[in-house]
Ligand binder design. Structure first.
Ligand SMILES: Nc1ncnc2c1ncn2[C@@H]1O[C@H](COP(=O)(O)OP(=O)(O)O)[C@@H](O)[C@H]1O
Ligand SMILES: [Mg+2]
Length: 311
């Protein structure tokens, strides 16, 4: 289990992680989704007990990340963003090195076991430099699993893998998730959707959305949107449409005559809008539904707000 409470990290006067609170239980695959620089890696490094928070706290696998970081490290497997691999070692030697660092018992059994788990049993004595990118990633995962941790923290685990390797890697993560708590970061939305049972979208160190993939999808389907284009200036028409009951929002684009309306679920205001345009003597050039995918919402939520950003 993981419980973060107001977790905060400041680098100088820059706030990389800004008061994150969240929980994950055994069996959860919690997706940490956000653009580069959102604070995913920093949060993960704090949760693994490697980086002290500036403020706030977290309990991981039952222990406090600051007061009991050694206990935390014993119970957490961590796959960092870039896995440090020693290319002249064999896979077995690499795992053996970590097994000794962790003072494990029955090392040979443990290593054989994880190599089997990640599908590298036949590569045990082969050198790391001869492994493909996907195999290296699996070796990194083997390292993270070596001590049978109850919490697994995986920082962008599928980055750099080809599509087939990604599918394989996802299946592996699903398999090992049953009796563990997994926190996984990604900047790829579809990945979080396919793999995670809950998604946290973070932006500038803050949670902007927390929900299940299904609910996220449902939220989006909740409000139909339509894009409308008329010839010329649409300001007057927009003004009139804004008074129609059921309209939630109208967005005017910089392109002249182009705007988007959002209205209550279960309604279809297209005929009415079309009539208003005609009655108002507008040339109605286009009226089309906008299919908001989760991808749009993600982009919208995480879009850089450059207007009042000060370094
Ligand atoms: N050791 C560090 N020193 C100073 N700034 C850092 C350090 N690590 C990360 N940052 C900054 O903190 C922010 C969050 O970074 P990071 O946690 O790596 O984001 P993500 O993993 O989501 O891409 C970024 O602005 C990054 O530049
Ligand atoms: Mg990162």
């Amino acid at each position: 289990m993981i419980r973060a409470d107001d977790l905060t990290k400041q680098f100088g006067n820059r706030c990389a992680v800004d008061g994150l609170s969240f929980e994950a239980q055994q069996g959860d695959i919690l997706g940490f989704l956000g653009p580069n620089g959102a604070g995913k890696t920093t949060t993960m490094r704090m949760l693994t007990g490697f980086l002290p928070p500036t403020a706030g706290s977290a309990i991981v696998a039952g222990y406090d990340i600051q007061k009991e970081s050694i206990e935390v490290r014993k119970r957490v497997g961590y796959l960092p963003e870039t896995v440090p691999l020693y290319s002249e070692m064999s896979s077995y030697e690499y795992l053996d090195f970590f097994a000794h660092l962790r003072h494990l018992q029955k090392i040979d059994y443990a290593i054989t076991n994880v190599l089997e788990m990640v599908g590298l049993a036949d590569r045990a004595s082969g050198l790391i430099r001869n492994l493909s990118k996907g195999m290296r990633q699996r070796l990194g995962l083997a390292q993270a699993l070596l001590h049978k941790p109850e919490v697994l923290i995986l920082d962008e685990p599928t980055i750099g893998l080809d599509p087939a390797q990604i599918i394989e890697f996802r299946n592996l993560i699903r398999e090992i998730s049953r009796d563990r708590t997994i926190l996984l970061s990604t900047h790829i939305l579809s990945e979080a959707q396919q793999l995670c049972n809950r998604i946290l979208i973070i932006k500038k160190g803050k949670i902007v959305v927390e929900d299940t993939p299904d609910n996220l999808q449902a939220r989006i389907k909740g409000s139909p949107r339509v894009q409308i284009r008329v010839r010329g200036d649409a300001s007057q028409l927009i003004q009139e449409i804004s008074l129609v009951p059921g309209i939630h929002d109208i967005k005017q684009f910089s392109t002249e005559g182009l705007f988007e309306i959002e209205y209550a679920n279960g309604m279809d205001l297209r005929p009415q809008i079309a009539r208003m345009a005609i009655i108002g003597n507008y040339d109605l050039l286009e009226i089309r539904p906008v299919n908001a995918g989760l991808e749009d919402v993600f982009l919208e939520l995480t879009r850089e707000d450059t207007s009042n950003d000060k370094e």
